[in-house]
Write a protein that binds this ligand. Structure first.
Ligand code: ZN
Length: 161
């Protein structure tokens, strides 16, 4: 297991647009593994490559609370969204903070897996939220830009969730 250092808000790497992955290399596969380990270690439901300082279009997500079921999205493109959900959202790059964000309730995304096979993934609720949040990271957008009202301390609102 190898952990990467998570970059925090204020680090300019988080505001940059990421480049498409052109080929799968052993180094890239190692990065994906490290991102998954880092996400679990930090108890996150998603992590994007720029959050560990790498400007490539790679996202890992796992919204399954029961057992690990990591999803890897390489060069993801959101094809379709519908509905709306408003809820509290946080980010591993802004630890201890949450804010209310409205996202689509359904998202359809296409991406490549680690064999560079294209696939389509559909998600609702938390998965839809995670896909939108992580794909935003690849364009240098942080969830705080979408927050309605103010950022709050996670401790203060945890009782409401
Ligand atoms: Zn984030």
């Amino acid at each position: 297991m190898a952990l990467r250092n998570i970059r925090y808000m204020g680090d300019e790497v988080l505001n940059k647009k990421c480049k498409e992955v052109k080929e799968i290399t052993p180094k890239l596969l190692q990065l994906v593994d490290d991102m998954i380990d880092t996400m679990y270690e930090a108890n996150g439901v998603g992590l994007a490559a720029p959050q560990v300082g790498i400007l490539k279009r790679i996202v890992v997500i796992d919204v399954n609370m029961e057992e690990p079921e990591p999803i890897v999205l390489i060069n993801p493109v959101i094809l379709e969204t519908s509905g709306e959900q408003t809820g509290s959202e946080g980010c591993l790059s802004a630890p201890g903070k949450v804010g209310m964000v409205t996202r689509p309730n359904y998202v359809k995304v296409k991406a490549f897996d680690t064999d560079m096979n294209e696939f389509v993934l559909e998600g609702t609720e938390l998965l839809a939220r995670a896909i939108c949040h992580e794909c935003d990271h690849l364009d240098g957008i942080l969830y705080v830009e979408h927050v309605e009202g103010e950022l709050m301390d996670a401790d203060a609102v945890s009782s409401e969730e």
